[in-house]
Ligand binder design. Sequence first.
Ligand code: ZN
Length: 234
Amino acid sequence: MNTKVKITYLGHSAFLLKSPAGKTILIDPFLSQNPGTPVKFKKPEQVDYILLTHGHEDHTGDTLDIAARTGAKVAAIVELIALLKSDGLDGEQAVEFNKGGTVHLDDFSVTMTNANHSSSLGGRYAGDPAGLVIRFKDDITVYHAGDTNIMPDFEIYADLYKPDVCMLPIGDLYTMGDKEAALAASMIKAELFIPIHYGTFPPLTGSPDVFKEETERRTAGESTVRILKPGESL
Ligand code: ZN
């Protein structure tokens, strides 16, 4: 895979992406309270964009603090943006969209997909949960599936977006587990999969090794799985 995009895993479902033009993008920045996040990534000082899959606290995490400190723009589904604004997010920093829609930001775009899950923030309805397809200009496409169960929509996204890299939840209990995720991977057909949302807390029992073995078997080696440790980059 030939790319200028740098992808760093921050633990759980959180990622730091550096775009070819040097923009810093955080996805689901659950950092300060995330037991997996290395100390040096807990309080990012320079962030251009925060992208959110849904409202749950282990995904929205430090969004408001980081946005206030860095001036980062925050992109999420309409209802979640409304809650964040009522909690203090500056309207100038808010980027709202909805499923099927695309927002164009600097040298990348973000398209919102379905996710089969639920979503709330502090007990309030936060709109639907979503996945995010991030297309870097003249470079790779990254699909962060958010929290989700397996769903037929994955075949549509494979056809439409042809993701190169895909982050898939495998932890079980709150999302699909390792075996469901491997079948999902065979539907999405990305070149590279990164397992997420496992091991952060003891009940998230899905195994990245089982996911890797099952995915590589189901795709006959067409897709590979990279198990990233928090702090590790691609
Ligand atoms: Zn969730």
